[in-house]
Design a protein around this ligand. Sequence first.
Ligand SMILES: [Fe+2]
Length: 259
Amino acid sequence: MWFAAYVERQYALCEGDAGPMRLKEQHTRAVLGHARHMAREERFAPHIARACLLAALYHDVARFAQYLRYGTFRDRDSRNHGLWGAAILKREGRLEGEDRTVRRLALTAVALHNRYALPASLPPDMARVAWTVRDADKLDILRVMDEHLSGPRPYCPTVVLGLPDAEDQVSEKVLQDALTGRVAAYADLRSVNDFRVLLGTWLDDMHFASSRRLFAASPHVVRLLEGLPREGAYAAARACLLRRLEEVRRESACPGGAL
Ligand SMILES: [Fe+2]
């Protein structure tokens, strides 16, 4: 498989700690798994499903070169890894054997997967593929964050975006978003607990019934939210988000409505 061989070549070039690259490889495989599940559940046409799988497999292909060259995964301090990934795939002629439409859909989704927002004018099939990769990516970010925040303190500043692990740093905006069903924004975060809340609000940032179900069924998001203080400023948002997850799980168990 090309991806496995490419990744091995990148590991061989790494003179320092290859651990962060291995985490990206693991992340890629998890995102691919989510995308495969979604494409099947949503009954995408075969060429859309194929583009989703290719885009999921290659969405972070530039992360390896990014880490080798710049020692960071921060695009701001290096390069945009979505656009770079599409350029790597073109340079390597990776999608040459694919149908033209599939190639265009996959390359566009790789290039756009890390954009803050997708262009509103995106054609429906392109949007479908890009949303699949973005939802699948977010689903695995829940795992990455849960594994980190369930571990020992202090948290790694890179993982928690440099936010303080301070109970008294509360973003009222993030709490309001959680209580009113809006997706919270990174720019409003003031602490690690705000970050936990933001991750919980991603339920409303899932674009398909299948990704919503996967999200609600994720043990990671439950653990992330249960890690919030039960009392005080976070109590209402914690209860509200956990209740909404439970509602989606109930709907999924009984899709025709209440029995
Ligand atoms: Fe990415």
